[in-house]
Each structure stands twice: as C-alpha cells, then as structure tokens.
Design a binder for this molecule. Sequence first.
Ligand code: NAD
Length: 373
Amino acid sequence: MMTKGVGAMQIVDEKKSSRSAYPHTHYTVADSLMRYAERLGYGDVHMKVDAKTGLKAIVAINNLNRGPAIGGCRMVHYSTIDKAVEDALRLGYMMSYKAAINNLPHGGAKAVIIKPKEIKDKDAFFEKFGEFVNELGGRYITAVDSGTSPLEMDIIARRTPYVTCTSKSGADSDPSPLTALGVRRGIEAGVKFKLGYDSLEGIHVAIQGAGHVGYCLAQDLKARGARLTIADVNLKALQRCIDELGANVCHPDEIYDIEADVFAPCALGSVLNMHTIKRLKVQVVAGAANNQLAHHHYGQLLHEKGILYAPDFLINAGGLIHVAVIYDHGNMEKSLEQINNIYHTVYDIYERAKQENCATNTIAERIARDRLK
Ligand code: NAD
C-alpha cells in the first residue's frame, strides 16, 4: 500500500495531468531513446524549441574523436518527436562510420528539423537554426539533406560559420551524382576482384530503384557499356529507364531473381535478408541504399554464398565526402579524387576479408570502429 507524505510516489492521473503544476512526462520513451543513444556510442544530443519561429530541431553529435562532426540537416514531417530523435540518432551514428571508413577528418552528426505545417517567416526560422548550430561552437557542421537546399544554407550562414553547401561554397547542390560515382567505383572494384575485369563493358547490373542515385548510376553504367535490368515501384521512373537508357525492366519483386553479375540496391534499407539472399544469382552486391543488411549477420551469409558485398556505408559516402572536402577548403577536383579513392578502400577490404575468411562488412565496421576510438 502506498504511504502518504514526504517521499511517497505520486500517482498521476494522465487525463488531469495537463492541469497539474508540472507537465506530465512519458519517461519510458525518453528512457528508451537514451538507451538507444548509449548503444550507438553517443555523444551528445541537443534540442531546440523556439515558439516564435516554430522551430523544433535536434542535433545528434555521435563522435568527435576525428574532428568536428559533419552531417546534413534533414527537414521532413515526423508523426512524433520520438521518431525525429530516433532518426537523428540513427543517421548521426551512420555518418561517423561513413566519415571514418573514408578517412575524413570529421566525426558524424545529423540535424533533424521537424517540418512544420507552415513556416511563416523562413528567414527567421533558418536564422534561429543557424543560431542553434552556432551555439554548439563548431562541434557540428551542417549541410544539405532531404528537405533543405543551398537556399536554406545561405540563411543559416548569416548566423554561423559552421555550415557548408551554401550557394557560394562551390558544393554541388545535389549530392546524388557524387553518391552514384562512389557506388560505381565500388562496383568496379567488385568486378575486378571477383571477375578479374578492368572494365564494365558487357557487365550485367540489376538495379533496384531508379531514383536520384539509381538513375545517375544507371546512366553512368550505360555509358561504360554495362547491361542494365532495373526495377522500381514508380512506373514513370521505370519508363524513363526504358526510353532514355534502353534498359530491361522487371517487376520489383523479381529483381532478386535476376541472373546478373552485380545487384545494386538503390531504394530501401533491409533488402538483404534471409529470404532475398537465398534468391540472389549474382557475384557482387554493391549499391547506394543505407542499411542494406537487415542484420549485421547477413554479411556472413553473403560471404558463405560466395557473394562479394560492398559495405554500403563505405561506397555510398560520395555526397558526404564532397561536403566535407568543400568545408575543408577543397574543391570539386579534390572531392572527385577522394570519391574515386573508394575503389582502393573497398578493394583493400575485399582482400582482407578473403585473407581472414570473413564478411566484408565485419572488416569495414572494425576499421571504422578502431578509427573512432
Ligand atoms: P529516391 O527516393 O530518389 O529513390 C528511390 C527509388 O526507389 C524511387 O524511385 C522509388 O520509387 C524506388 N523504390 C521504392 N521502393 C522500391 C521497391 N520496393 N522496389 C524498387 N524500387 C523501389 O532516393 P535516392 O536519393 O536515390 O536514395 C536511394 C537510397 O540511397 C536510399 O536508401 C538513400 O538513403 C540512399 N542514399 C542516398 C544518398 C543520396 O545522395 N541521395 C546518399 C547516401 C545514401
């Protein structure tokens, strides 16, 4: 029985809680997010709420051991704040791995702005976000991501120097072609390692998803003489691949059964799982999608099946490499040089995985983790 008096636990009636002196807090959600942050090795997580402009933003700084953390600012709709925080945590963590494996002098972070129904004063909104970034004292450098563009970065730059991808920065406003370049280099390294070919001429690539990255990749591969089979749930995107690239197309579910040299997942995460890996008839898997392995262990399953897997966080980091190079006073030439280097980084991982008889993702994650210490 609960005792009354000092120190006794108060049972809050949720329906009446809005009238109580202190707002009711759902500790369980905060607790699980904190545990998630702990699991991902954070770091610090910052939140800004500004009633005047309507800004609600989160900056998740995962790791600073290699230098100031860098990562895009995403502005999309979220059904709950918890989902936004979780997204920021997950994406910031991934940025640390991408930066470390590609030897960037940066840690990983991500900003998430919860897209409001309406932004009354866009300048005030993004200036406030710029102030938020500035308050972090250079620990976090922001850049474009889904829902933001150089226009927003220009406004942010009025309040902080810790921003890249402004219209005057020399950065490409769309990172997708640079991401596609890194993926193509990953494919070339895989084709060389597994099939012994220096060229993509006649190589058959099955691409899942012909969106921003998938289409750029398809264009590039086509120009290099590769044969393409493409699947997409968007019929318009698919028609464009037929009309402009002369590609073969298939039903989205059939892409796993295509007999090809390479499978390039460029749509969704978790596509490499127990069911799909069994069906694959390819030598190499190398694509742009984040978190392709539904579980870390599926890297081992691919290895046992003799399928060479290019770790996604390594080969899809072209966009991140570009913004980091530009922020560090580099130029397009320097960023292309570093993105092209993905070939050597991934080739080295293929070799080490063969020597140690283990999965490529295990090797890549180990290298990144060591560099983040
Ligand atoms: P996008 O939304 O432009 O393209 C995704 C495409 O996949 C769309 O055309 C969509 O219709 C298609 N698609 C969705 N479900 C599908 C299914 N079941 N089967 C086949 N096709 C399907 O996205 P994007 O910018 O091209 O990014 C693709 C992937 O690469 C994402 O996972 C993204 O997180 C990752 N990525 C992108 C970048 C970048 O620079 N854009 C950088 C790193 C990682």
